[in-house]
Design a binder for this molecule. Structure first.
Ligand code: 5GP
Length: 211
């Protein structure tokens, strides 16, 4: 029986290493597809349009919302971010597990629309570590870092809405843990409703002496 892929939402405070984790997960294992978001934020040095994000202006973003072209969108630290619908639907249909690396408001909207989505929250081993990583990355001004730390404090209130937390202490271990959680999620009854119904129907038929 061919399975549809599952939708995996990955959130975490800025600086927890989500981007690196996702890259390692995709390099190490097959069957994952990473959705590329659309944003109105300016590209950082080294970011590539169409790979890191689809970088667009506010008008283009709003047009996309009006066309129902985004599964979800949210405003984060003064910029819009959203998940293009086409790519996600196609990849799920093709049986891929699709990863959305998005913030918490978007995650909650996905959960409403796709109750079978798996929600993971990446945690730093400590707040000191988080701050060091964010400063060390050197891609944001102190003002932006402060904004993102405030945002992290607010986001921490929503962690209980997620299915699992993963702690990014050692990257290699974290990637393996994440993959194991996703693998296990494939076998929950909620994500196998069609298969269960199918077996149940056949059993009922058998009980009635139809076969
Ligand atoms: P950054 O500017 O650091 O690339 O991303 C800022 C935040 O926006 C991160 O928490 C990231 O996960 C989130 N984000 C990226 N793409 C999307 C998206 O399509 N939708 C939502 N809701 N958040 C996103």
């Amino acid at each position: 029986m061919k399975h549809k892929g599952i939708l995996i939402v990955v959130s975490g405070f800025a600086g927890t290493g989500k981007g690196t984790l996702m890259k390692m997960l995709l390099d190490k294992y097959e069957n994952y597809a990473l959705s590329v978001s659309m944003t109105t934020r300016a590209p950082r040095p080294g970011e590539i349009d169409g790979v890191s994000y689809f970088f667009v202006n506010k008008e283009t973003f709003e047009e996309r919302i009006a066309q129902n072209g985004l599964i979800e969108h949210a405003c984060y630290c003064d910029n819009y971010y959203g998940t293009p619908r086409d790519y996600v639907e196609k990849q799920l249909e093709a049986g891929k597990d699709v990863i959305l690396e998005i913030e918490i408001q978007g995650a909650m909207k996905v959960k409403e629309q796709f109750p079978q989505a798996l929600l993971l929250f990446v945690m730093p081993p400590s707040v000191q570590e988080l701050e060091q990583r964010l400063v060390g990355r050197g891609t944001e001004t102190p003002e932006v870092i402060h904004k993102r730390m405030c945002r992290a404090a607010a986001e921490s209130e929503g962690i209980e809405q997620y299915d699992y937390i993963v702690i990014n202490d050692k990257l290699e271990d974290c990637v393996v843990e994440m993959h194991s959680i996703i693998q296990a999620a494939h076998y929950t009854p909620l994500r196998n409703e069609e298969f269960i119904k199918h077996i149940r129907r056949d059993l009922e038929g058998l009980a009635k002496g139809e076969k």
